[in-house]
Design a protein around this ligand. Structure first.
Ligand SMILES: Cc1cc2nc3c(=O)[nH]c(=O)nc-3n(C[C@H](O)[C@H](O)[C@H](O)COP(=O)(O)OP(=O)(O)OC[C@H]3O[C@@H](n4cnc5c(N)ncnc54)[C@H](O)[C@@H]3O)c2cc1C
Length: 476
């Protein structure tokens, strides 16, 4: 990084507000995806004014800036593929104001999801979009990815809770978008535009989120099936009843075997299962549990285990959350990698989707685990690969491309919650082809020098097999 730029950044954030140390820079080249690229500088601003001044310097010098929360993204959206500055927002982590009477909270972008939920939980509220990475993911990262989690089917995704936010544009202008009101018909919804923008349109510095009230009680049931197709039919039948569960997690045989091997058998040995949670008033919860059991019986489930026991529910949830890591323990020398990792399909298409994904995995001789938040149509497929072997990557990416084509044919999306980043960029471009010219026009208007997270989303060109974090020499 140019010495004059370093001294201008130091004048804004002080000596302890940035780093050009090579070891530190190397670590900021990762997120939780398969990619890596070392940046040239890391800055850690403390105020919106500092963010604005940094952006003015970067814009004048045409230096790429990649905003970063906790770096838990799974598709490479925080990897600085063109080098430049990584702007680490973790020092802007305060809860600014809570107004329970108005149902909102103002929170800085670097605040961690669990810290926010602990604070509002004491007041009887929660922010229900809990991702599997709740201990680390930041609110800014969640807004930028439009993240969600197990409870999206009933409560919605992050976008549905954003009433307003403050962001800094590429040229340093500070913009306050949206309101502190539950309703807002006041023209273009700029705050919504920033949701899912993955750091390409502005640096979010604080967010106004709507509060949800905590349900009085909840209970769960574990339902097992003879086939993954039956599990898919069950989820669809529950929704069509209509019964909107608080969550409904599906796991296939590969996921169940991996977890049982890694965690000493917390789950029944079966072909497929669903862990379904219902919440609300106690009488409603009892009625819903009964309905779930009736639907399971109609579908031909092999067992239904309902429970109110919090310890049992926590054990099932932990088992489900461990799939991604447990998979890596399934086969020595192999790693679970995020390629096609979070497709969304219409709920009625789940049985077809899960069956097709398995056929595609068999065709390309790759191991794929399918699991996920099935009641909102969001399916995860994690792939087990030998990450040192070029041929494994080639077959993996060919399989993924076909999985995405199938998803789009079923009326789905290549990403339901993790975002596009690098790993889904080519298929995002296929899925959104009629939107691309508008997306490019918006990007050019808001960031004319193309310095905010350049090269991603609609700008990606070529194969995703580049800049891999693994020592596979052909694709590093
Ligand atoms: C174990 C595990 C489980 C996960 N489970 C889920 C899940 O259930 N649901 C889910 O949705 N995701 C999940 N994820 C993915 C990830 O945690 C989410 O996408 C999360 O929202 C990322 O937040 P972050 O703070 O880590 O953002 P980062 O990874 O740091 O950044 C993500 C994107 O947001 C941009 N960004 C970050 N902060 C800002 C800001 N202040 N202003 C502008 N842009 C910004 C970055 O440039 C990047 O494009 C999981 C990840 C892991 C590792």
């Amino acid at each position: 990084m140019d010495e004059s730029v370093i001294s201008r950044i130091e004048a804004i954030v002080g000596k302890d507000g940035y780093s050009v140390d090579s070891a530190e820079l190397y670590t900021y080249g990762f997120d939780a995806s398969i990619f890596h690229r070392t940046p040239d500088m890391v800055v850690q601003p403390r105020t919106v004014e500092q963010v604005s001044e940094i952006m003015k310097v970067a814009n004048a010098e045409r230096i790429p800036v990649v905003p970063r929360g906790a770096g838990t993204g799974l598709c490479g959206s925080a990897v600085p593929i063109k080098g430049g500055i990584v702007m680490d927002m973790s020092r802007m982590n305060k809860i600014l104001n809570i107004s329970v009477g108005d149902l909102w909270v103002d929170v800085q972008a670097g605040c961690v999801y669990n810290a926010l939920n602990d604070a509002i939980g004491k007041l009887g509220f929660f922010f229900p979009c809990s991702p599997g990475s709740a201990e680390a993911a930041t609110i800014g990262g969640m807004v930028s990815a439009n993240a969600s989690g197990m409870k999206a089917v009933k409560y919605g995704a992050t976008r549905d809770f954003v009433l307003g936010l403050t962001f800094v544009k590429a040229d340093g202008e500070i913009v306050r978008a949206g309101t502190h009101t539950i309703k807002d018909s006041s023209g273009y919804q700029l705050a919504r535009l920033l949701c899912g923008s993955e750091g390409t349109l502005g640096v979010i510095t604080d967010v106004t989120l709507k509060l949800a009230t905590k349900p009085k009680t909840s209970a769960s049931a574990l339902v097992s099936f003879k086939t993954i197709y039956d599990a898919g039919r069950f989820v669809s039948a529950v929704m069509a009843k209509p019964l909107i569960p608080a969550s409904c997690e599906l796991m296939d045989k590969v996921s169940i075997d991996a977890v049982n091997k890694a965690l000493n058998n917390p789950l029944p040995d079966c072909e497929a299962l669903c862990i379904i949670e219902v919440d609300g008033e106690p009488e409603q919860v009892e009625r819903d549990l009964k309905t779930v059991a009736e639907i399971a019986e109609t579908i031909g489930a092999t067992s239904v285990t309902p429970t109110h026991d919090k310890k049992q529910i926590a054990a099932w949830t932990a088992a489900r959350k461990s799939v991604m890591t447990a998979l890596s323990a399934l086969k020595p020398g192999y790693s679970s990698v995020s390629l096609a990792d979070d497709m969304g399909v219409p709920v009625s298409k789940i049985p077809d989707a899960v069956t097709r994904y398995q056929e595609i995995a068999d065709k390309y001789r790759v191991t794929v685990a399918t699991y996920g938040h099935a009641a909102d149509g969001n399916l995860h497929t994690k792939m087990l690969l030998n990450p040192l072997d070029k041929d494994e990557w080639d077959r993996g990416v060919a399989a993924v491309s076909e999985i995405f084509d199938e998803t789009i044919k079923l009326g789905g999306t290549v990403t339901g919650e993790h975002g596009v980043g690098i790993s889904k960029a080519p298929d995002f471009q296929k899925e959104r082809k009629t939107e691309l010219s508008s997306i490019r026009a918006i990007k050019a208007a808001m960031d004319p020098n193309n310095i905010l997270n350049p090269g991603k989303l609609e700008q990606w060109e070529g194969s995703i097999l580049t800049n891999l974090r693994y020592p596979c020499k052909e694709y590093m």
